[in-house]
Design a protein. Structure first.
Length: 411
C-alpha cells in the first residue's frame, strides 16, 4: 500500500477537490514553541520567516552570514521549502543584535533573544497552518463543517504525508535497502529505475543508461539538480564498489530513508485500523496526549471513556530494536505488517550506522482552533483552512480528507 492509497476516515463526505501550493504564500506554517527563551545564555533564539527556502538551506545561509558553523545552529522541526514559514532556530557564537541585522534574500528575522540551551529537534508543541486551496468552488466551503467535526471528535488519522516518501515516492524502499545492507539494490533504486511519469527526459535517459550498465553516459546525462545522484554515481565509477558509493551519501539523507521505512510501516498499521482507530483494545499501548507517555491497556472497557474524551489514543509502531510491542490483536496486526516486508525490530539493531531504537506514535491527533473561509483574490477563488496540529503531524493528512483528490485512495 503506497502513500497515495491510504483509506480516508471521512469517506462518506465528498471532497472539494482543488490544488495546494500553487504559490508559496498559499501554504503558511508557524511553529508553536514548547517554551520561550529565558533572556540569558550563550545561545540566541530567533524566529525567522522564509519563503521558498528549506530549513537546511536557511541554516546554511544564516551560518554564512554570521560566520558560525552550521553545527552550532539548532532547530526544532523541518519545514517545507515550498511554503511561507516561520520557525525558531538557536545560534551559538553570536549576539541578538547581529542576528537582527542580517539581510538575507527570502529570509527575515522576526525577533531574537538569548537562551541557555541549544534548540533540539522535537522541542516544539506543534504548528499553526493557514492554507489556501485553489481551483475550487468557494461556495463548497459550506460542506466542510460536518467533515471537520468528525476529524475533531474522532481524530485525524496521523498518517505520514507523501512528502516523507520523497519526490519519486521511493524513500521507504531506499530505507529497506539500507537496513538490508543491499547496496547494489540501493544503487539501482537511486540511479536506475526509470519511470516516464516521474523523471524528466534527461533524468529518464540517465537512468536508462545506468540500467544498461553504461555508467559514464548515465553520469554525463544526469541533470545538475540531481547533485547527490551525480556524486554517488561518480564514486561508484571511481571505485567499482557499491558499498563505497553508498557510504558517500550524507548520513542525514540515509537516516531520512530509514525513517521513511518506519513511516511506511506505521501508515500500513494505521490503515488496517482506520475503522476503529479512535478505540483502544486490550493489548494496545495507549498514548497519553497530555504528556506523551504510553501504558498497556489491560481492560479496554475501563479505558474506553478516556479514549472517548481524547485523553488517550491507540499507538502504532515506529519500528526499532528497542520499541515496546503491544499484545493481543494489536500485536497480531503489527506483526502481520512487519512480516509483509520481511522485517522485525532486530533488523534495526544489526543495521550498522543505521540502527534505530524505535518509538510509539499515536494513531490519531486532534486538530485545534480550526477555522474556515472562502473568497476570491488576485490569483483566483480559494478556500482557506486554518488549524493547529501537534509536532510531527502532517497538514497534508488533513487536507487529503478535505480535498479527496487521491484518485486511487481506498474508502
Amino acid at each position: 500500500m503506497d502513500a497515495m492509497r491510504l483509506p480516508y476516515l471521512t469517506s462518506e463526505f465528498p471532497g472539494i477537490g482543488g490544488v495546494i501550493k500553487q504559490r508559496d504564500e498559499d501554504f503558511f506554517v508557524q511553529e508553536i514553541p514548547l517554551y520561550e527563551p529565558g533572556g540569558e545564555g550563550e545561545h540566541v533564539y530567533a524566529e525567522i520567516q522564509k519563503i521558498g527556502v528549506s530549513t537546511f538551506d536557511a541554516i546554511r545561509r544564516v551560518a554564512g552570514a554570521l560566520r558560525v558553523s552550521s553545527r552550532d545552529i539548532g532547530y526544532a522541526g523541518m519545514k517545507d521549502a515550498r511554503a511561507l514559514t516561520r520557525q525558531v532556530i538557536s545560534i551559538q557564537g553570536t549576539t541578538p543584535e547581529a542576528v537582527m541585522a542580517m539581510q538575507l534574500p527570502d529570509i527575515s528575522v522576526q525577533w531574537a533573544a538569548r537562551h541557555a540551551n541549544k534548540l533540539r529537534l522535537g522541542h516544539l508543541w506543534g504548528n499553526r497552518f493557514a492554507i489556501k486551496i485553489r481551483q475550487v468552488n468557494p461556495t463548497d466551503v459550506v460542506r466542510l463543517p460536518p467533515l471537520l467535526n468528525v476529524l475533531r471528535e474522532r481524530g485525524l488519522p496521523n498518517y505520514f504525508g507523501e512528502q516523507r516518501f520523497g519526490r519519486r515516492g521511493d524513500n521507504a524502499r531506499l530505507g529497506a535497502a539500507l537496513i538490508a545492507a543491499d547496496d547494489p539494490m540501493l544503487l539501482r533504486l537511486l540511479l536506475g529505475s526509470p519511470d516516464p511519469k516521474l523523471d524528466d527526459p534527461a533524468a529518464l535517459e540517465a537512468r536508462q543508461a545506468f540500467e544498461r550498465g553504461d555508467l559514464e553516459t548515465a553520469l554525463r546525462l544526469l541533470p545538475r539538480y540531481l547533485g547527490m545522484e551525480r556524486q554517488v554515481l561518480g564514486r561508484f565509477i571511481k571505485t567499482g564498489n557499491p558499498t563505497a558509493a553508498v557510504k558517500s551519501i550524507d548520513e542525514k539523507i540515509r537516516r531520512l530513508w530509514v525513517s521513511a521505512l518506519q513511516s511506511e510501516l506505521f501508515n500500513q498499521v494505521l490503515a488496517r485500523r482506520i475503522g476503529s482507530f479512535d478505540q483502544v483494545r486490550c493489548g494496545d499501548l495507549a498514548w497519553k496526549h497530555d504528556n506523551g507517555a504510553c501504558f498497556l491497556v489491560e481492560d479496554a472497557a475501563v479505558e474506553s471513556p478516556r479514549a472517548a474524551r481524547f485523553e488517550i489514543s491507540p499507538t502504532g509502531p515506529m519500528i526499532g530494536y528497542r520499541m515496546t510491542l503491544p499484545q493481543g490483536e494489536p500485536l497480531e496486526i503489527e506483526q502481520d505488517v512487519f512480516a509483509g516486508h520481511a522485517l522485525s525490530g532486530e533488523h534495526f539493531r544489526l543495521a550498522g550506522h543505521h540502527k534505530v531504537k524505535g518509538v510509539r506514535r499515536p494513531l490519531r491527533v486532534q486538530p485545534k482552533d480550526v477555522d474556515l473561509s472562502a473568497g476570491v483574490d488576485d490569483h483566483g477563488p480559494h478556500v482557506t483552512l486554518v488549524f493547529s496540529l501537534p509536532a510531527g503531524s502532517f497538514a497534508t493528512s488533513l487536507l487529503r480528507e478535505v480535498m479527496k483528490t487521491d484518485a486511487d485512495a481506498q474508502s
